[in-house]
Design a protein around this ligand. Structure first.
Ligand SMILES: *[C@@H]1O[C@H](CO)[C@@H](O)[C@H](O)[C@H]1NC(C)=O
Ligand SMILES: *[C@@H]1O[C@H](CO)[C@@H](O)[C@H](O)[C@H]1NC(C)=O
Ligand SMILES: *[C@@H]1O[C@H](CO)[C@@H](O)[C@H](O)[C@H]1NC(C)=O
Ligand SMILES: *[C@@H]1O[C@H](CO)[C@@H](O)[C@H](O)[C@H]1NC(C)=O
Ligand SMILES: *[C@@H]1O[C@H](CO)[C@@H](O)[C@H](O)[C@H]1NC(C)=O
Length: 456
């Protein structure tokens, strides 16, 4: 087609628009859908179980399929890296190290089941150091799955990757709140013009405990006993735990005498993540997906190590902060994962935030580390979100279970997701209704599927 005929066409389109001043404005933006799941943390063994193949069919029914790549993908036959000194599985360092890794066949199966977006920014990202992260990205990319959240530099780890399916394009940014200190990617530069450091895109948000005047006097006494020079005017004090500052705790005098926790969000990380999302609005993508790995509950505890009582599993305030900021910057959907159970769903400015999508593949059974696990730790969902010409159109929640249909974790199939039968589906959806209510979100249940009530 000549440029002349293009111009004629454009003029014709403009004329039609002018001639129809009363027709309803056409919403701009793309129509697209995404099936979101949580942590991949167990092999996708082949299975003919119709409840499992139904899960893969659901994932394939959407334009994009998302999961969090917890751990690494490499073959033990030819991997040349070694376990790092820190490991995302234990709050510990040294010793043997290491963590979960999976044979490359998993990458190809996940692609076949409809997955096309994987986050690798999480606490297990660096369990096998740089080599582990490279191998993982390479295998996933070879399978056709876009990986975000780790890279050869901070810029690369933070940058959006673009994925295209069914003529639709999404920009995809991933970050980790829960992370190991040595996994943090670096910007390079500085006075020596150093090379950037490979690693993960993290959001540092250490917790500060605020206590009233009498309790703060005790903190001062403890810090003086540690040999610190503490003046009477000080209102912000660290307590040492030895050797290195990563484990030190920080205490502040609370003005109102109330005890509370403050998540001290690192301004550079916050700005970097928000800007990376904002930049996607200038790309040719139809939409932007933001993923965050965050275990922390607002009580300050890591909510994935041992189960907390349900009221204590409210997501940490920093996760709500970055989710809102991400949407303000242009994200269309926020997918959070980390806890091995479901947290609530919020609709913020017409965009959904899933505060915990639980596990895609995982099953700890009913007992773990000497603790009885609540059945909710076996629950999960596939959340299918549809956008119609840029507007949130539908969120359908399909409950899934892992090992609770047999309570036998000795077979590899127990790790696989299974579409929940009616009693379990109803229980899971009731739970989601309960944990979503504080966000003002209502979920309507039709048969075994939950639909988030959207304002039209
Ligand atoms: C390592 O082994 C896996 C299979 O175990 C194979 O798919 C892969 O191509 C091998 N990688 C290299 C770099 O040789
Ligand atoms: C905080 O508590 C202390 C000791 O109980 C009291 O002296 C002080 O007035 C209280 N401050 C406020 C702001 O309530
Ligand atoms: C988007 O593009 C415009 C025009 O080139 C530019 O002024 C703006 O800074 C860009 N914004 C971002 C976030 O990159
Ligand atoms: C999130 O926290 C940062 C840093 O404290 C603050 O600047 C920002 O306004 C907060 N954003 C939202 C959306 O709450
Ligand atoms: C598995 O354990 C859960 C929790 O105790 C129980 O509700 C469920 O009935 C058990 N299922 C089977 C098949 O035993």
């Amino acid at each position: 087609m000549t440029s002349h005929s293009w111009k004629r066409r454009l003029l014709a389109v403009a004329a039609v628009a002018l001639l129809q001043p009363c027709s309803a404005a056409q919403p701009r933006g793309a129509s697209w859908s995404i099936a979101a799941t949580g942590d991949f943390l167990g092999d996708v063994v082949l299975s003919k179980d119709p409840r499992t193949t139904a899960v893969w069919d659901l994932v394939r029914s959407a334009d994009f399929g998302f999961f969090n790549m917890e751990g690494q993908i490499f073959s033990s036959q030819n991997f040349t890296g070694s376990p790092a000194s820190e490991n995302g599985g234990d709050n510990n360092y040294g010793n043997i190290g290491g963590g979960p890794f999976y044979d490359p066949i998993n990458a190809f199966r996940l692609a076949q089941y409809g997955f096309s977006l994987a986050s690798h920014a999480n606490n297990h990202a660096w369990d096998y150091g740089h080599e582990g992260a490279i191998a993982t990205s390479q295998y996933l990319n070879q399978a056709g799955i876009a990986v975000a959240g780790t890279g050869e530099s901070l810029a690369e780890a933070r940058r959006a990757v673009v994925q295209e399916r069914n003529n639709k394009r999404v920009s995809f940014v991933a970050a980790a709140g829960s992370h190991t200190p040595q996994s943090v990617a670096g910007p390079g530069g500085g006075s020596r013009n150093d090379r950037p450091r490979p690693g993960a895109n993290v959001l540092r948000a250490p917790v500060v405990t605020r206590v009233g005047a009498p309790q703060f006097e005790l903190i001062k006494e403890l810090s003086r006993a540690q040999g610190q020079l503490v003046s009477n005017e000080m209102t912000d004090i660290p307590l040492y735990t030895g050797q290195h500052p990563l484990g030190w705790s920080r205490w502040q005098l609370s003005r109102d005498n109330e005890t509370s926790l403050l998540w001290d969000i690192n301004a550079d990380d916050y700005t970097g993540i928000v800007e990376s999302i904002r930049a996607t609005k200038n790309s040719s993508s139809d939409a932007t997906v933001f993923s965050l790995h965050a275990h922390e509950a607002d009580s300050g505890a890591d909510d994935s190590y041992i189960p907390l009582p349900l009221p204590a599993t409210v997501p940490a305030a920093y996760t709500r902060n970055i989710s809102h900021a991400a949407i303000d910057a242009g994200a269309d959907i926020v997918l959070i994962h980390g806890p091995h159970h479901l947290r609530g769903i919020e609709i913020y400015k017409g965009r959904p935030v899933f505060y915990s999508l639980s596990s895609l593949t995982y099953s700890l059974g009913l007992h773990f580390r000497g603790v009885d696990l609540p059945i909710e730790w076996d629950d999960s969902i596939v959340a299918i979100t549809k956008f119609d010409r840029g507007k949130l159109h539908e969120i359908a929640l399909y409950p899934i279970v892992h090992s609770q249909l047999t309570n036998n974790t000795c077979v590899p199939e127990s790790q696989l997701p299974k579409l929940a039968p009616r009693p379990e589906a109803q229980r899971i959806l009731r739970h989601l209704q309960k944990v979503s209510k504080p966000f003002g979100t209502e979920i309507v249940v039709k048969r075994n599927v939950g639909y988030v009530k959207l304002s039209r």
